[in-house]
Design a protein around this ligand. Sequence first.
Ligand code: SF4
Length: 375
Amino acid sequence: MAHCYVHIPFCRERCPYCDFFLVPGTRLMEPFFDALLQETEARLCEFGSEPVGSIHFGGGTPSLAGPRRIGRWLALFSDRVEIKGDAEITLEANPEDCRKHVMGEFRTLGINRVSLGVQSFSGRKLERLGRKHTPDEACQVMQEMLGLFGNVSLDLICGVPDEDMDEWHADLEAAISLQPHHISVYMLTVEAGTKLQREIHWGRCTGPDEGFQAEAYLLAVERLTQEGFMHYEVSNFARPGYFSRYNSGSWRREPYIGLGPSAHTLLKDGSGERRKANVASLVRYISAPHDASTGYELLTPEERQTEEVFLSLRLGEGIALQQLQVIHRQRAQWLEGMLEKFMLEGFLEIRRGRVRLTPRGFLFSDHITQTLLPS
Ligand code: SF4
């Protein structure tokens, strides 16, 4: 099944911790959409004959584009590409932009899943994160979105400077009490070039405490799974039947086509698997949308295997033991020893022929994955 990602690179302001490709303000929204329509037209042939199983409007804050522009893109796309009848069509949105009647218009256009950047229900944390909504607004908007859409996700961030376990616990309980279908839990990271990094460098605030984040992550896994959420990816929890189809598809390396600046594409055909990335420059994108990408790169078998191991071990379902045995067939004993070591440390388990990281293992997933990559 193929998927489509549309990157809409605008936010009202850049949050202090964010290093995504985006520009603050919406002045270039109209020329951007003209370019997006041109790029889409030019790349329709890449979608082939297989119906598209999901469309994800990400960003940035795609809801800032408004129903008129999103509707214009959907009209072009659905006219020329077959979309599965039950396709998941997600719009990322921030609570301060979710006016009920506007979101109702998005629903009429076919948006059937909303992913809300709530981040926290603590006024102190929201202020620290530079977010523009209040805890009350987040709760009210969540309730309204749950009334409008049959599939609502919310994001939480953990490890904000000076956060303690009571504050994190309260965030988890508030999220659970709203009964969303899906919750993403992200640990705050300090990205190069961000305002947060500069503030830490100048001593104006402390960086995230890894020990605290590890404990907080395990608490999130415990509470959310107790409440019936499935821990289906390192940072993602969903009620049965509500896994994000777009994200699951990309983690399982199903083909996806990314439109918009900085978006990535993975195509599979008779000649193999090919990746490409669009330019991370709005000016270049708007001035030459037909020429937005860096060109396709054919993946070598080693690159494919590396991606498979790396992405599969992020998932709750893990990777087939047999697949690891094929990858490491030249050093079968070494693999057995490594798996045994990680199992004894409580980082990994093998069930029904699949190697899966435990919640504690997810805390060390970079190290474990790095070890199990093809040599
Ligand atoms: S709203 Fe989201 S995408 Fe936009 S700047 Fe903040 S964190 Fe980044």
